[in-house]
Design a binder for this molecule. Structure first.
Ligand code: FCB
Length: 449
């Protein structure tokens, strides 16, 4: 078998997010987040699961860090819950909330694991949603206020930061498709929310630079191919719109300081209310970042569907594709392609993979093992695809598997398992899956076969 070695100092890690693993939602002064509220409404989440206990990481973080150390992780990407630090979203600081993250950071560092923090991974304080959430023009300022506290308290030890995780999902799935918190169905609100997230991102990056905070800062975007189901003109145009919706609307303001004109025109023609796109906002949004982090899962195919306002497309994959249990096709060549596109089309010269992974219905067998061959194969394909992109000149500095643990997978609840470590949600027993051992071995070798 061919052995493909990665650059020296390549960062191998794993990723999680606060609401998905912490639990302890009412403990130590934590305030209510939009995900607590969303989960409390029957029918929003599969089986009406909630993040109330999740992986109980809030109480078990020491054990969890020890497990990461055992696996040889070099880095750990996690997010901070805004509501632990500012229970009402702004104003008074909850010291116990800060203390949790500070202790976690110390624990990681003493285990030799580098912390990478995401400031916003979707758990907005409900108190801020009550005044309009991200659609409120004051939100960028509140996000800055929160981020500054985190920088002040953890910045002495944490050197790698991501402002937002997947603003596409937070804005559009949350405010238009309603498949995520806050569960709204309004396209104009979603566009405005996405815009304010970006202004907030810009303010935070500016503050980071102006206050000479040490380390590096970037953003985590989910960019994934949107391919025409057939080469027919209608489907080619539909795929371009789908790409504009998911990819170009998010990468272009960051790297070019402008929103895609064809999408602006399309939205206007459909009666969507758009933000003003002020020059000073665009300058903030397009400040040079230290890196752009990519969350990659899979490409999708699209075809025209005139009945779908305002974008007029639907996802439809070719028949009989190999896929994971979410009906997500396995498209590792799309991973290489997206990395090449980031470099060649957008000039991104510093990249982390902040998420990549697969959901399967894993079981613990009679010997107490989780034999997840399909996930091992998925990860292997994607790590090889990543290696290929690096060989072709893309500067990728690290890779974070999604996820360390099976966890609260948003609207899918606990049914969708992405972990390289299995969680028994009844007993909280952690069992390293075969993919966990496989990944650990890859890290030790800094190479994939
Ligand atoms: C991404 C999210 C992450 C996780 C994976 C499966 O969209 O960033 O929290 O849910 O999908």
């Amino acid at each position: 078998m061919e052995k493909r070695t990665f650059p020296k100092d390549f960062v191998w890690g794993t990723a999680t997010a606060s609401y998905q693993i912490e639990g302890a939602v009412r403990e130590d002064g934590r305030g209510e987040s939009i995900w607590d509220r969303y989960c409390s409404i029957p029918g929003n989440v599969r089986r009406n699961d909630t993040g109330e206990v999740a992986c109980d990481h809030y109480h078990r973080y020491k054990e969890d860090v020890a497990l990461m150390k055992q696996l040889g992780m070099k880095a750990y990407r996690f997010s901070v819950a805004w509501t632990r630090i500012l229970p009402k979203g702004r104003g008074e600081i909850n010291e116990k909330g800060i203390r949790f993250y500070s202790d976690l950071v110390d624990e990681l560092l003493s285990a030799g694991i580098e912390p990478y923090i995401t400031l916003y991974h979707w758990d907005l304080p409900q108190a801020l949603q009550d005044i309009g959430g991200w659609a409120n023009p004051e939100m960028p300022g509140y996000f800055l206020e929160f981020s500054r506290i985190v920088f002040d308290r953890l910045g002495d030890r944490v050197k790698h930061w991501m402002t937002l995780n997947e603003p596409y999902c937070a804005a559009f799935l949350g405010n238009y498709e309603g498949r995520m918190a806050p569960g709204l169905h309004d396209f104009s609100t979603a566009v405005l929310a996405a815009y304010h997230m970006y202004v907030g991102h810009g303010l935070v990056v500016k503050d980071f630079r102006e206050n000479h905070r040490e380390g590096e800062i970037g953003i985590a975007l989910n960019l994934m191919g949107r391919l025409p189901l057939t080469q027919d003109e209608k489907n080619l145009a539909a795929a371009k719109r789908a790409d504009g919706y998911l990819n170009r609307w998010f990468i272009e303001p960051i790297v070019k300081g402008e929103y895609p004109k064809d999408m602006i025109e399309l939205y206007r023609s459909k009666g969507v209310v758009l933000p003003e796109f002020r020059k000073e906002d665009l300058a903030l949004i397009s400040q040079k970042l230290d890196f752009i982090a990519l969350n990659y899962y899979n490409d999708f195919w699209v075809k025209e569907d005139k009945s779908r306002w305002p974008l007029e497309f639907v996802i439809e994959n070719p028949p009989h594709m190999p896929e994971t249990d979410r009906s997500w096709p396995i498209t590792e060549e799309g991973f290489t392609n997206m990395l090449l596109r980031m470099k060649n089309e957008y000039g991104v010269d510093n990249i982390f993979i902040s998420e990549n992974g697969a959901s399967y219905h894993d079981v613990v067998n009679m010997e107490g093992k989780v034999v997840d061959n399909a996930r091992c194969d998925f990860l292997r394909r994607h790590v090889i695809a990543l290696h290929k992109a690096i060989q072709e000149g893309v500067n990728v500095r690290g890779y974070f598997v999604w996820s360390l643990y099976d966890n609260f997978e948003w609207a899918e609840g606990y049914d969708s398992r992405f972990g390289i470590v299995h969680i028994d949600f009844g007993t909280q027993k952690r069992t390293i899956k075969e993919s966990g051992y496989w990944y650990s071995n890859l890290i030790a070798q800094n190479a994939v076969e």
